[in-house]
Design a protein around this ligand. Structure first.
Ligand code: GDP
Length: 527
């Protein structure tokens, strides 16, 4: 077995999808705790606070109670190397989440047992379904009164269109919570409230018929045995193949905050979740065990650490081995660059990485030459596909308090747009700068960051633009005529590509009908 093969088979790269408040942060913390990456519960939260205290623009995150950033955490569990890619929960940052989902091999869906399937979960699940991403499900907050477990599974099946295979089953709920029964291991994990176990759940009793269970559960035991009988008869059995095909989700119950039910989840996860798989490119499929390095950038983030004041491009390694100091081929630019100080993301700190393998994420320092969707190789000209680029739906024009700051404003908008959450346009006529985004909150974030990172006081005001189309045409003369006649509605984006800013949908329709040989594309071409 090659070294690449050996290393990639240990890798499990995944993201957590959930509606805000379902418990994503809490479960992340417990996974890191059980993975030995952090020593005590509370570390993730305090890390958050620390970042708030030091990083200005994240104060917004605190004020609004949302998570605007996402990061990558690597930890070891048993013989596996687990990469957990965090995703922002707020809907205005969904593009970022969607792109992160292109860089994972599987996902963990967290559901609040009292709320069931919520709106964000439905959207995220749609993205996973498109890519047949295998999904584990954790139904959280069992220590609270929630809905009937069977009802929750029905809802997941109906609303999310995925078959459920319960792996653990709750014994009671809320104040009556006694434990969970592991249907595959035939073992009962008892729940002892108030105990904060560090590496494992409470007492485990082997076998449903074990007399110890009668002792521990007392009078309720017969009823519980009957229930399990029923559940076994009425639900799907776990089928590893159906799970890997994205058709079935194994379901676990627990209470993240009480460290309860998390170990069975993690144990099954590292056993069954898929190792890295092949990735499609414009020219061929890249197998992950190929010896030459390939990877793609799915995310760019600024100021992860204010002490560094930099922008980091996150690259998912798809094949081969990355080694510090090696040369990588930047396919879009057709240039080789030496990578001397790539970052890896251990649970708490950014560290220098010596090597990385398929499934791992590395952080590349970016001074504006790396864009989302960029591919890196050892020389081959291939471009990974499937990294979505979103059409902005909301537009605002930037207004400066101090007109002398125009250059700084332009630089700020350009750099912030590289992160992919917003896109900025320079209309061909006039000096206005127009910003496009998918969510309203993006404008506030940009205004805040312009002020704190670029010292530019700008506001964003309504502008007569409803939608944008990237314009392409093979016939140069026609494109010139088009540009001359419609310069009022044309702009250049950050990459100097021509964009038609339509004031209304009707206008867009009329224009496309009038210019049938011109292509109006809703997203920017990445290749
Ligand atoms: P996120 O928005 O999905 O990251 O959710 P958090 O992890 O921040 O959790 C949201 C709230 O639910 C917090 O107040 C947590 O303390 C609480 N919470 C998380 N897990 C549990 C649980 O198992 N039981 C109870 N009762 N509360 C929980």
């Amino acid at each position: 077995m090659s070294q690449v093969q050996k290393q990639l088979e240990r890798r499990r790269t995944f993201a957590i999808i959930s509606h805000p408040d379902a418990g994503k942060t809490t479960i992340t913390e417990k996974l890191l705790l059980f993975g030995g990456a952090i020593k005590q519960a509370g570390a993730v939260k305090s890390r958050k606070t620390e970042r708030h205290a030091t990083s200005d623009w994240m104060k917004m995150e605190q004020e609004r109670g949302i998570s605007v950033t996402s990061s990558v955490m690597q930890f070891h569990y048993r013989d596996r190397v687990v990469n957990l890619l965090d995703t922002p929960g707020h809907a205005d940052f969904s593009e970022d989440t969607y792109r992160t989902l292109t860089a994972v091999d599987s996902a963990l869906m967290v559901i609040d047992c009292a709320k069931g399937v919520e709106e964000r979960t439905i959207k995220l699940m749609d993205v996973c379904r498109m890519r047949q991403t295998p999904i584990f499900t954790f139904i959280n907050k069992l220590d609270r009164e929630g809905r009937e477990p069977i009802e929750l599974l029905d809802e997941v099946e109906e609303v999310l269109g995925i078959e459920c295979a319960p792996v653990t089953w709750p014994i009671g709920m809320g104040k009556r919570l006694r434990g969970v029964y592991h249907l595959l291991d035939d073992a009962v994990h008892l729940y002892e409230p108030g105990k904060n176990y560090v590496t494992q759940d409470a007492e485990i009793i082997e076998g449903l018929d074990n007399p110890l269970l009668d002792e521990r559960l007392g009078g309720d035991v017969a009823e519980f045995r009957d229930e399990i009988e029923l559940v076994r008869g009425a639900s799907h059995e776990f089928d590893a193949e159906a799970y890997l095909a994205g058709k079935q989700t194994p379901v676990f119950f627990g209470s993240a905050i009480n460290n309860f039910g998390v170990t069975p989840l993690l144990d099954a996860f590292v056993k069954h979740a898929p190792a890295p798989r092949a990735h499609a490119t414009t020219t061929r499929e890249v197998a992950c065990d190929e010896s030459k390095l390939t990877g793609f950038v799915f995310k760019i983030q600024a100021n992860m650490d204010p002490a560094h004041r930099d922008r980091v491009a996150f690259m998912r390694v798809c094949s081969g081995r990355f080694e510090q100091g090696m040369k990588m081929h930047h396919v879009r630019l057709g240039k080789d660059i030496r990578i001397a100080n790539a970052l890896t993301f251990l649970a708490q700190d950014r560290d220098s990485v010596e090597e990385a393998w398929p499934g791992d994420i590395i952080g590349l320092h970016n001074h504006g030459t790396i864009a989302i969707g960029d591919s890196f190789t050892e020389g081959e000209s291939l471009q990974f596909t499937g990294i979505p680029n979103f059409a902005p739906e909301l537009f605002r024009v930037a207004r400066l308090r101090d007109p002398l700051k125009l250059k700084a404003l332009q630089k700020g908008l350009q750099q912030l747009s590289e992160e992919g959450a917003t896109q900025f346009f320079r209309p061909m006529l006039g000096n206005d700068l127009v910003l496009g985004a998918v969510g309203m909150l993006q404008f506030d974030v940009v205004a805040y960051r312009l002020k704190h990172e670029y010292n530019v006081d700008a506001t964003f005001e309504a502008v007569n633009v409803q939608t944008a189309r990237w314009v392409r045409c093979k016939d140069e003369k026609m494109l010139r005529d088009f540009t001359n006649q419609l310069s009022n509605n044309l702009a250049l984006d950050a990459a100097e590509q021509l964009v038609y800013l339509a004031p209304t949908r009707v206008n867009l329709q009329l224009t496309t009908e009038r210019w049938p040989d011109i292509t109006f594309s809703p997203t920017r071409e990445t290749v």
